[in-house]
Write a protein that binds this ligand. Sequence first.
Ligand code: GLU
Ligand code: ZN
Length: 270
Amino acid sequence: MYCGRFAPSPTGPLHFGSLVAATASYLDARAQRGQWLLRMEDTDHTRCRPHYADEILSTLSAFGFVWDEPVIVQSERSALYDAAIAQLGPRVYHCTCSRREIATLAAQNESRYPGICRNGCDPAKPVRALRLAVEDPAISDDFILFSTTGKIYSYQLAVVVDDEAQGITHVVRGADLLSSTPRQQYLQRLLGYRTLQYLHLPLATGPDGTKLSKQNLAPALDTASSTTLLVQALEFLQQQPEENLARQSLANIWAWAIANWRPERLRRYS
Ligand code: GLU
Ligand code: ZN
């Protein structure tokens, strides 16, 4: 059984790029009569705000998205992430490097984190992170599983644990996460999890050509224009919506889009 998901981070309101990702994952699931779940990725408590989570859910409802199970919230799931770290055993090591030390060494080694603390670190220095010793040349660094300084479980770890726990079979998301996919697949193999299918989507850009994001203050989705915006998302996804579709009801637009979903029209990334 197909099971897809949308996993926003409540660091700001949804924007057009979020609508594109949500729409594609929703259509891919519904066209295959699959399930579609929601997950709040709020492990980074320094950037997430509960009111954005509420706003995201009401925006999704206003656009006509329907999810099949209660929303899961990552900030409530620390015990599962701790268990996964424990399962990884001796592959996990303490890192005491500061941001500045890493920046200097990474520049010299052309790698994001050249495994400085892999074989032990200075016991006098505070532990700043738990890292994974990666034995895969396709992944250029020993990525972080947990930031001890900020008490933040990493995106890579939380996504992998929750995709498995929620029974996700298909991930449809923006191409900005392409480099995360091999890291997540590597973790899935180490943890003995199922293998997933991935589809990466072209990124919506703003007038200046940069990716739309909450950081560059992409405008929040206006629910009063839901039909127009949904049809624009379908155009962006190369679905060739019929003329006048935007004048139809939200329910009719969704019915058309599900019946006519053609993921092969999207550009292939991998
Ligand atoms: N939470 C991530 C984001 O907001 C998306 C995670 C995913 O789809 O794997 O960009
Ligand atoms: Zn280190």
